[in-house]
Design a protein around this ligand. Structure first.
Ligand SMILES: Nc1ncnc2c1ncn2[C@@H]1O[C@H](COP(=O)(O)OP(=O)(O)OP(=O)(O)O)[C@@H](O)[C@H]1O
Ligand SMILES: [Mg+2]
Length: 417
């Protein structure tokens, strides 16, 4: 592949980076695009796997046909077969009409199966058949249908392990993996880290209409050495946080280290306050303090739920409910049950837990800082019965700043007492 062709693709899809592994991944994508071969994109979370299937489809003879991206992990097990392969009228409760299913709709096009490792085993069997013969049967049907769909799949789980654990069919894995494309983790991309930082800093400056942040030479070294467990997504989020929250536009080592989590201990803010007294250096620190407190509460909740789940499972086992299984027992279901654990569930923790509950569905890395700021102000007002003076004191900010925040977050309808 010549460099100018690669350059064009990068420009078209806004892909930044020039390391060999990324270039190789794009190169393979362009080479297999004109064929009908199945492609499996593998790589850690946040490395940019979702760009590849689009590149493949747009550079294939199918480019004018349908392209459908499906997140296999987000479709409930009970409906996934009917969503993918369609169903006949009356085939299950609620199946009022017939449905064509994604494989019918996308005939002649491309389907991107994201998080393919999450597919239930029964669906894997149907998928294998489509891949091998182009044939499928709708749920509740008998008629064999034909479809001509190109499959591109992606996963961030170790598929070999999933196969050895019996969670993924070996024959399907080999069939999907005809052409593997490996997306490199960010930590292996060298100088691309700084190029990506520049891209995101520019995007944030435009998005929020603020001056662009830049890095000092020492800060650049830290960026290059950091392990980036959340990869490009994490770099993007951290650049966004710094763009909004840092008072300085030139990010030095000290500032950067406040945003890069090295380990749990070092991310906790040191509190030097006397009991009952709040003194924060800046609003940014308040935001972070609250963020870490909420994170802590979320972790506590998750731990409690796990304990609760174990207790329930044990209880079920003791009750002799043979064959009873609840593998998809979710946090949300656990939340319906009262907390039965003793320990740190003191009444004083209830407010914090309720607050954590509100944000527990949000991943910390995608936590919207605007939401966080609003939540913080809202809760302070609630705790102080709507008294703005007291709320401002508690937050350690001036009355005027609080008024500004209330307007900004549209909380002005809240009655002052
Ligand atoms: N080379 C790149 N240039 C510009 N942006 C990138 C690049 N790689 C990734 N991104 C951006 O990083 C974010 C994460 O990428 P993406 O959603 O594709 O990750 P992923 O590999 O699918 O992760 P997951 O396995 O968690 O779904 C996206 O906003 C994407 O646009
Ligand atoms: Mg993804």
């Amino acid at each position: 592949m010549n460099t100018s062709e690669l350059q064009k693709v990068k420009q078209r899809y806004n892909i930044v980076g020039n390391c060999d592994e990324l270039n190789h991944a794009l190169d393979v994508a362009l080479q297999v695009a004109p064929t009908d071969l199945s492609v499996l994109i593998v790589g850690e979370s946040g490395v940019g796997k979702e760009i590849i299937p689009r590149v493949i489809h747009d550079n294939s003879p199918r480019r004018r046909e349908q392209y459908l991206a499906i997140n296999c992990g987000s479709i409930p097990e009970g409906t996934i077969d009917s969503e993918l392969f369609g169903h006949e009228k009356g085939s299950f409760t609620g199946a009022i009409g017939e449905s064509e299913g994604y494989f019918g709709i996308t005939d002649k096009g491309t389907i991107f199966l994201d998080e393919v490792g999450e597919l239930p085993l029964a669906t894997q069997a149907r998928l294998l058949r489509v891949l091998e013969t182009g044939e499928y049967i709708r749920v509740g049907g008998t008629q064999i249908r034909k479809t001509n769909v190109r499959i591109v799949a992606a996963t961030n789980v170790n598929m070999r392990k999933a196969v050895s654990e019996g969670k993924f069919r070996e024959d399907l894995y080999y069939r999907l993996n005809t052409i593997p494309i490996q997306m490199p983790p960010l930590r292996n991309r060298g100088n691309d880290i700084l190029l990506l930082f520049r891209l995101f800093a520019m995007q944030m400056a435009e998005k929020y209409r603020i001056p662009k942040i830049i890095l000092t030479d020492e800060a650049k070294q830290i960026m290059l050495q950091y392990k980036w467990p959340g990869n490009v997504r994490q770099l993007k989020n951290i650049t966004e946080q710094m763009s909004i929250l840092s008072e300085k536009r030139e990010i030095d080592t000290e500032t950067l280290l406040q945003y890069i989590p090295r380990d749990i201990e070092s991310t906790q803010l040191a509190t030097t306050n006397k009991p009952g007294q709040h003194s924060y250096e800046s609003e940014r620190e308040i935001l972070y303090k609250i963020l870490y407190e909420l994170r802590g509460n979320v972790s506590d909740l998750k731990r409690d739920m796990n304990t609760l789940r174990k207790q329930l499972d044990e209880a079920r086992g003791l009750a002799g409910a043979a064959g009873f299984q609840n593998p998809t027992f979710q946090d949300t279901e656990a939340a319906k049950f009262p907390m039965v654990q003793s320990g740190h569930h003191e009444p004083s923790n209830e407010i914090a837990e309720a607050e954590a509950e509100e944000i527990k569905d949000l991943e910390p890395e995608t936590l919207n800082l605007n939401d966080l700021g609003r939540l913080m102000v809202e809760k302070a007002l609630e705790r102080n019965g709507g008294n703005r003076k007291k709320a401002a004191q508690e937050l350690g900010i001036s009355d005027r700043t609080l008024y500004r925040r209330i307007n900004q977050y549209g909380l002005d309808k809240q009655k002052e007492k």
